[in-house]
Design a protein around this ligand. Structure first.
Ligand SMILES: Cc1cc2nc3c(=O)[nH]c(=O)nc-3n(C[C@H](O)[C@H](O)[C@H](O)COP(=O)(O)O)c2cc1C
Length: 385
């Protein structure tokens, strides 16, 4: 058994290690939800209500995790969700995760507001990546980002719908991370208590919004950077904005952040290829439903009409199996991968993907499923959520 698997066999081990290895303000940025964290906890709790039926006597001819998505065969039914400011959590985190995803043949989604550029990820992955677009206020900026994504080889574009405004996140506000990030004495002391993170960050350079550098005036101080970000990304998504992107983007197009039948219907009508049912990992609407609860009616009404993916609250192999058993075609995980990179650096992505695959394979053996698409037949009917 590989050393990391014996030392960190669960996401809880990785989360604990991450908390010991990175400054508290960075860990809290990753770990927290919004407001009172109700939806953050509900996401995982209600997912855990989904039960599968073991089958031990039925003939079993072995299993495969291979999953077809948008005409492409991936080696597992899960991928890496987009996360902003990843370099704050661990230097070079987007490259570490993109390389791991490439090695394991699973999708990696790059965020508009992360710390490695489209061009660098395009190079590292030889164009084998997805891009998540925060819709900018200016169409010229949108068009330039779309062009850069296309030139970098991006295979699937995800338009983010669930950030009409930033979620209210008390930890980030307390820590001065609510745009612009502040370097208070408290934060400096937290950095001093994590020397490896501090040295690596120093060596790698301060994290920057790498995709936005070409559009930013040079030499912005923290306050001006905050104003720039607020102005650049103000404005919510609407039908016209999605339509214009659909007309421009020739590749596969996905709406991320769908949590209602109404938004799923918009996605279908506007000619999108798929949706990611998601509540941003409980970071936007604390009074919202858990993602698994949102998923059920969407599957009932749109399965087969749209590719239905989901994220939010998924931490483990059994969780991935639960989402697929409820009818999702594919699943993404956000925090799990970032805990792994914050805990293990360069080895984090590889370890997390390997661990999740092993856990998922074991579930499939228990329920006697040879293919991930068979998982819905193993679910205890009548969901309790
Ligand atoms: C720290 C953090 C930053 C995030 N940044 C982005 C982002 O820049 N773009 C985006 O589409 N989603 C972002 N998300 C949401 C994730 O893509 C994903 O929907 C969520 O993490 C899934 O929930 P999980 O963390 O419970 O797996 C972020 C999530 C976290 C935890």
């Amino acid at each position: 058994m590989p050393t990391f698997l014996t030392k960190y066999p669960s996401v809880d081990d990785l989360r604990r290690k991450a908390a010991q290895r990175i400054p508290k303000f960075a860990f809290e940025y990753l770990d927290g939800g919004c407001n009172e964290d109700v939806n953050l906890h509900k996401n995982t709790r209600e997912l855990h209500e989904i039960e599968l039926i073991p089958q031990y006597i039925k003939p079993f001819g072995g299993l495969t995790l291979q999953t077809e998505l948008f005409g492409r065969l991936y080696d597992a039914p899960f991928g890496i969700a987009p996360i902003g400011l990843q370099g704050l959590l661990w230097p070079n985190a987007p490259v570490i995760l993109a390389k791991a995803a490439k090695k394991h043949n699973v999708p990696f989604v790059l965020s508009t507001v992360t710390t490695t550029s489209l061009e660098e990820i395009g190079q590292v992955t030889e164009g084998d990546f997805w891009f998540q677009l925060y819709h900018p206020a200016e169409n010229s900026l949108r068009d330039d980002l779309l062009l850069r994504a296309e030139q970098a080889g991006c295979q699937v574009l995800c338009i983010l719908s669930d950030v009409p405004c930033f979620g209210f996140r008390p930890r980030d506000i307390r820590n001065g991370l609510a745009m612009p990030p502040s370097m208070s004495l408290k934060n400096m002391m937290q950095i001093a208590s994590r020397p490896e993170w501090a040295l690596r960050t120093l060596w790698h350079g301060q994290p920057q919004f790498a995709n936005l550098l070409p559009y930013m005036p040079k030499g912005l101080n923290m306050k001006a950077l905050g104003q720039f970000m607020n102005q650049t990304f103000s404005g919510r998504l609407n039908q016209q904005r999605i339509q214009e992107i659909r007309d421009r983007w020739k590749g596969k197009l996905v709406l991320k952040g769908v949590a209602s039948l109404e938004d799923a219907e918009w996605a279908l009508r506007l000619g999108l290829d798929g949706i990611i049912v998601s509540n941003h990992g409980g970071r936007q609407l604390d009074a919202g439903q858990s993602a698994i609860k949102s998923l059920h009616p969407i599957v009932q009404n749109y399965k087969g009409k749209l590719t239905i993916m989901m994220d939010s609250g998924v931490r483990t192999g059994p969780d991935i199996a639960r989402t697929l058993a409820c009818g999702a075609d594919f699943t993404f995980l956000g925090r799990t991968f970032m805990y792994a990179v914050a805990a293990l650096g360069e080895e984090g992505g590889d370890h997390a993907i390997g661990m999740l695959k092993t856990q998922l394979q074991q579930v499939m053996e228990q329920v006697c499923c040879e293919k991930v698409t068979d998982l819905p037949s193993c679910r205890v009917p009548f969901p309790r959520v």
